[in-house]
Write a new protein. Structure first.
Length: 276
């Protein structure tokens, strides 16, 4: 039995996607998984060191490790109306951000890439764990925060204000869905193993959709203090048809993200085939 190392985030969309395959619920596969859960920016850093055979990472970070990894067609977080938001304690405009200190969830996140495209200047940026950004804005440690994941469902209830929706700006500019995070596999693996892993992830997602109650304990285990309602909102927003298969539309959106990032001088040129 072959064992692969696998890394993803503790967020509900990832634990929903991977629950079936890592817990032996799929009878068609006989490999095993050495599983590691960590924050998105930690995933991005570890991919730079080729730590894992299969890993979740930001599309923006992928551009810097493309010589080592290829993107699988299954497992991605990509869609409409799911982009990162910039929030503040008091109402602000995009123009106001040029004088603001902004908290970001990591310089290699797709959120930061999108912000860099649409917010040309700010006073300074402070990197912090994504889950700490809301409180940093609330307590005045920073003027504004770039939020991702479940924070888009919770910021308003804390009295915080939306300054701008980076995903909406991307969709308005390109007409494409927003590519956020992908599942990448080491180029050193044989092609047939890459395809097997891709198929396994796809079947794991399909199993989760068909048996939604089965994954709930695993999702809850890693969801910290997130309510079940927010967990489900998170899954509904980030796990969709693009997660099952990127398709032509998904691949085109990703290619355009890389192209726009290169034009802006933020991302390096990709010289290797991107997709499995």
């Amino acid at each position: 039995m072959k064992n692969y190392s696998l890394a993803f985030s503790p967020c509900p969309n990832d634990t929903f996607i991977f629950d079936a395959m890592i817990h032996g619920r799929l009878s068609d596969f006989d490999n095993s998984w050495d599983v590691h859960l960590m924050d998105v920016e930690a995933l991005n850093r570890n991919a730079a060191n080729q730590m894992f055979d299969v890993t979740k990472l930001s599309f923006a970070a992928y551009a810097f490790v493309s010589q080592h990894y290829r993107i699988l067609a299954a497992g991605s977080a990509l869609g409409h109306g799911c982009g990162p938001l910039i929030i503040s304690k008091s109402p602000m405009s995009l123009e106001d951000l040029k004088d603001a200190v902004i908290a970001i969830p990591g310089k290699h996140t797709t959120a930061h890439l999108l912000m860099s495209m649409f917010v040309k200047e700010c006073k300074s940026k402070v990197e912090m764990l994504f889950s700490d950004i809301e409180d940093a804005v609330l307590t005045g440690k920073v003027d504004a925060g770039l939020i991702i994941h479940e924070n888009r469902f919770t910021y308003a209830s804390k009295g915080l204000h939306k300054v701008a929706d980076m995903g909406a700006l991307w969709e308005e500019k390109t007409g494409n869905p927003i590519p956020l995070g992908c599942i990448a596999v080491k180029r050193s693996l044989p092609q047939e193993e890459m395809e097997m892993i891709e198929n396994q992830i796809r079947k794991s997602i399909q199993f989760a959709f068909s048996h939604p109650e089965v994954a709930k304990p695993y999702i809850k285990l890693h969801a910290q203090e997130m309510s079940e309602e927010v967990q489900q909102q998170h899954i509904n927003l980030y796990v969709n048809d693009f997660s099952i298969d990127l398709g032509t539309k998904g691949r085109n959106a990703i290619s355009e993200l890389f192209s726009e990032g290169q034009k802006a001088g933020i991302l390096p040129e990709l010289v290797h085939p991107v997709f499995v």
